[in-house]
Design a protein around this ligand. Structure first.
Ligand SMILES: [Zn+2]
Length: 287
């Protein structure tokens, strides 16, 4: 009997496909931010449009068309989202990877596919080998994100993903952004006649991306609001990384406290939840 491939192997294949895609884009003399031309290289078109809240982009397989949300305005998020959608297209065109994916999950597993596309998007923007080399020298910490951005350009989301993709310990990545969230009135409140309900909106920290190292067992849902007393909210008021035990934000609410390091950088909070100790730089394997 043939054994189905593991998720780790699928992640490796997605990374390889992304590295190949990056080389093809370079060989065509294009940079990744030439969205239309890069998409055309893979016989895909790009359009901008309104998408449901919390959705940055979408790939319409039958039309071979990427739709990017007009409500996303930060360049790092737009670039990451374009790369994520290009990876959907590339994976859909890769029969070997698709067949391994079907064997591994035996059904369509949207979350697993999202993870592969995030791994690929990070690899398109920032080769893992560059990040791994620096982690070997410097260890695993959020302070590498601004340093690597300085060296390689505005790629904070891709760098954070590559750090967690290359990590060999059990850790989770959360990237959160302050957003205006509409507060709904309490359900038990009886509406008063002749009084219009007041629309209250408030700034809250919302998870825009999450990732997990291959040693991690679970995944963290996007678009969750972080409670105001969480360590991640404290990072908003600091210019330095904040450290401490913090609850893993699982959607079930059943997360537990683990050592966490969070850094506010470029209007986003980058947090690593380390369920096991990161290897010291001397122990870090070379590949
Ligand atoms: Zn997707």
């Amino acid at each position: 009997m043939i054994k189905p491939v593991t998720e780790k192997e699928l992640v490796r294949q997605a990374g390889e496909l992304a590295a190949r895609t990056r080389r093809e884009i370079e060989a065509a003399g294009l940079v990744i931010t030439d969205f239309e031309q890069v998409a055309r290289l893979f016989d895909v078109t790009v359009a901008w449009g309104e998408l449901p809240a919390g959705k940055d982009g979408s790939y319409l397989k039958d039309e071979r068309k990427i739709v990017l949300s007009t409500s996303v305005t930060t360049p790092e998020r737009i670039n990451f989202s374009f790369c994520h959608e290009i990876m959907h297209a590339r994976i859909e065109d890769d029969d070997d990877l698709l067949s391994d994916f079907a064997d591994a999950y035996r059904r369509s597993d949207e979350e697993a596919m999202e993870r592969l596309c995030n791994v690929g998007a990070a690899e398109l923007l920032m080769p893992a080998e560059n990040v791994r080399q620096i982690m070997v020298e410097r260890g695993f910490s959020t302070i590498l994100i601004p340093e690597l951005c300085e060296r390689f350009g505005a790629l904070s989301i891709a760098i954070a993903f590559q750090m967690v993709n290359c990590a060999s310990h059990d850790c989770y990545l959360v990237i959160a952004e302050n957003q205006m969230v509409q507060l709904t009135a309490a359900h038990n409140q009886t509406p008063m006649p002749n009084i219009k309900p007041i629309n209250v909106s408030q700034e809250q920290l919302v998870i825009i991306y999450s990732g997990a190292a291959s040693a991690a067992k679970y995944s963290i849902k996007r678009n969750q609001t972080i409670p105001v007393n969480h360590l991640l909210c404290m990072a908003l008021r600091s210019n330095e990384p904040v450290q401490g035990d913090a609850r893993l934000p699982f959607a079930s609410g059943n997360g537990w406290d683990v050592p966490c390091e969070a850094l506010y950088f470029r209007r986003k909070v980058f947090a690593f939840f380390n369920r096991t100790q990161p290897m010291s730089n001397l122990q870090m394997p070379l590949f």
